[in-house]
Every structure is written in C-alpha cells, then in structure tokens.
Design a protein around this ligand. Structure first.
Ligand code: GLU
Length: 428
C-alpha cells in the first residue's frame, strides 16, 4: 500500500497552505543559503514512502467502522524514521508528509540519529470509548507492522495519542513479533520501557529555549510576561517551568478559552489537561478571554502550544508580543511569518523549541536498546545540554548569515542532512 507520489485530499481547504507546501517552501528557503547539490534538494522534496492503510474497528455497539491511517516516511539518511502518530479528524496524507519533513529537520537540528516520519488516523478520538481506542490502536499497529520497527521507524505520541496508546501499540507489535520490542515506539509509560521525563519534555524544551532567547535579547526573566495557548503536554510544563525560572505567566488557555491575570497566574495550581481535561476556564481568575484574544495580548512572550495555523495573516498584525516561541508544530503560517519578520517580532521555530519531545524519545530508545533506565535527573541534565548545543548552533547561523531564527534552524538541519546524503550517495 505504498505510494511514492503525494496526493492532495479533495476536500482540503483551497485557501490555506498545506503543511506539505509550507515544508517545501521552508526547504527551498534554507537551500538558497547553502551550496547543496540540487539533486539532493529534489530528493528531499519527496517522502521516501507513504503508507496508507484501512483500519477496521468493531464499535462497542457491534457495528464495524473503517478508518484511514497513514505513515509518511520522509528521509532516513541519518537513521530510522522517527515521529508521532496523531488521531485527529483533520489528518491528511499531505499533512503527514509535511510533518514528516519537519521531523527530518528536527532530528537533524538536535543531532540525533533519526530521520523523519509522521502518521495518524483520520478520527476524532473524542468519539471513541477507551476500549474502542485500544482496539483501533492495536489494529493500526498491526497494519503498520511491516513498515516499522526499532531500527526502521519508531512512532511516538502526537495530537490525540498518549502514553497509554503507545503501550497498546508496543504490546500489539510485540505480541505479533513473539518478543517484547520496547524500542518500537517511544513515549510509553516508564513501567513498560518509557523514559522518565518524556511526558513533560516538549514543554521543558520550550521553556529552556524561551529562557535562552530572553537572555539573548538582553531581557530580564523577572520582568518578562508570558502568554501560553494550550495547557496540555507542551503548554503546561512550559508555563510551569518558565514560572519557576521567574517569568510572569499572565495567561493560559485550553479549547474553551483563556484565563488572564496581569499579576501572574499560579501555574502549578491550574490543572493541566492531563490532570483534569478542560478545567482551565473553571479556574478562578480575574479575567476570562477567548483563545483569539490571548494571541493578541500585550505580553513579551507568546507561546502557541495547542494546534497548527493559529497565527495567520488575519491576526499577525495584531500580535503584540515581541518574541514568539512555537510550542505546537506549525502554529505560524508562512504569511504570518513574513509579517512577523517585517515587524521585527522574533520567532523561535517549532523544530527547535519543542524538540525536547523527540530528544527524550531518543533517550528512551537508547534505554530500551540497552535495557537500562536513566534517572529523571540524568534525563533533565542531558536534555538541557542537547538543547543548549542546538540553540548555540542556531545562534551561530543567525549571527554569521543575518537570518531569522527559523531560517537558521533549517539551515543547520539541512546542512547536516545534505552532508549525510553527499557521503552516502545515490544508490545504485
Ligand atoms: N510528536 C512529537 C513531535 O512532533 C514527538 C516525536 C517523537 O518523539 O518521535 O516532535
């Protein structure tokens, strides 16, 4: 069921650039700064493979539903494909391909030995019972089994999936393989080969990078105000850690809206999505806002950490933050990005800021392969050091080429991926 050429979904919104178009445009932007063989750039425009599977599910009422699932495998020149699996009604083939390209750059930027993959099922997980989610995840694992494995392609959680889904996925794969293969997915609960600190790692890296960017801009953390869209696995740990670092987190939100306190929220007291879903608006705060209003708050730092495409040409002129740190994947459209560049608003890209997730996934994979678990302290120390290395590499490009942080991050990543292609060559 592999198709080499990406297809467009007929009911895609015609006006909005797809993740694939954005990913290709960013690749070309970075390539323009580098002297890379055009043949390599051409190869990187295309995913190596895209698997499309039908996933049948017996619903609780005894009826059968069939869902479409994808796994896009963009590039593996630096190592096995790596990236999340999302359960979301808007999943498309093109989105998976675009996101798999971002994973290639994210892994290269972090200098971890993985390529880029991404997949998902077109389904709203809120419409499924826990038992249905388990059956769907297990069957998806079985459909993808020929294409994945600890040395081939290692999925992970993403939007709509969590550590429990990864445990089911690992179990289904292992049962069929006849042996426990913990390294087939990451983001598992620590009792079944997961890493300590994996659940909060994307948010932790957002906070570390925000802290570094604030320092780079010569600001004082104690005088810095922050608004965070999304209070789930990325936004909540990011908000709490920045709060601990001394910043003032004035607003956080979930799907229902935002809470705002100009004097700063007690972020540890507001329940995260994992602690109590959709509880943000129930929290007693001086003001309630919409998610749109949160994005336009007069703060120093804005962290969009919920979903993609929230900063668009419609609201880019109204954003008042001076620094945007991307917690979600692809929260800024290309049009908004151009506006921010023009307005002198600094943007730290997703492939750097939220890369703590895949970095601790790498630590998890190492722990699985070595059958030896790391302490939380070791995970935090090594994550901090990996993030600082990547940040330094990006800053070096910013300074030497006078480019944005986003372009610099892509340049670092593309340089590494292209060099690997150069050395390995084209077979046959
Ligand atoms: N889904 C996460 C991301 O977009 C994590 C991927 C992984 O850990 O493999 O970075």
């Amino acid at each position: 069921m592999a198709s080499a050429a990406p297809t467009s979904e007929p009911d895609d919104e015609p006006t909005e650039e797809t993740a694939l178009e954005t990913a290709r445009r960013q690749l070309d932007r970075a390539a323009a700064h580098l002297d890379v063989d055009p043949g390599i750039i051409e190869r990187l425009h295309h995913p190596n493979q895209v698997h499309r599977v039908s996933v049948p599910l017996e619903r609780d009422d005894g009826s059968t539903a069939v869902y479409t699932g994808y796994r896009a495998q963009h590039d593996s020149v630096r190592g096995p494909y790596k990236g999340g699996l999302r359960f979301h009604p808007d999943v498309t083939e093109d989105e998976c391909i675009g996101l798999s390209m971002w994973m290639t750059w994210k892994c290269a930027l972090m200098d971890i030995p993985f390529g880029g993959g991404k997949g998902g099922i077109v389904v709203n997980p809120k419409d499924l019972s826990v038992d249905e989610k388990e059956r769907l995840t297990r069957r998806f694992a079985e459909e993808l089994r020929p294409f994945i494995g600890p040395t081939k392609d290692i999925p992970a959680p993403d939007m709509g999936t969590d550590s429990q889904a990864m445990a089911w996925f690992m179990d289904a794969y292992s049962m069929q393989e006849g042996e426990t293969q913990a390294g087939v997915v990451t983001g598992k609960p620590p009792v079944v080969g997961g890493s300590k600190g994996r659940d909060t790692a994307p948010g932790r890296s957002v906070a570390i990078i925000a802290r570094e960017a604030i320092e780079h801009l010569g600001w004082d953390l104690e005088d810095t105000t922050v608004a965070v869209q999304g209070f789930g696995s990325v936004g909540a740990p990011a908000a709490r850690l920045l709060d601990d670092y001394g910043a003032t987190v004035v607003a956080v939100s979930d799907v229902n809206g935002a809470i705002y306190d100009p004097d700063g929220l007690d972020t540890h007291d507001v329940p995260t999505h994992e602690e109590e879903p959709e509880a943000v608006m129930k929290y007693d705060a001086p003001q309630k806002l919409s998610n749109e209003e949160l994005l336009e708050l007069d703060v120093d730092v804005l962290i969009p950490a919920a979903i993609g495409n929230v900063l668009t040409e419609e609201n880019a002129d109204d954003v008042k933050a001076d620094l945007i740190v991307e917690g979600a994947n692809g929260p800024t459209t290309s049009a908004a990005d151009a506006t921010f560049e023009e307005r002198g608003i600094h943007v730290v890209p997703d492939i750097l800021a939220n890369a703590g997730g895949v970095t601790v996934s790498y630590f998890e994979w190492l722990q699985d392969l070595n059958h030896r678990s790391w302490s939380l302290e070791r995970v935090h120390d090594e994550l901090e050091s990996e993030m600082l290395d990547a940040w330094a590499a990006v800053c070096e490009e910013v300074e030497s080429r006078d480019v944005t942080w986003r372009d610099a991050a892509y340049i670092v990543a593309l340089e590494r991926v292209a060099a690997a292609h150069e050395h390995r060559g084209l077979w046959p």
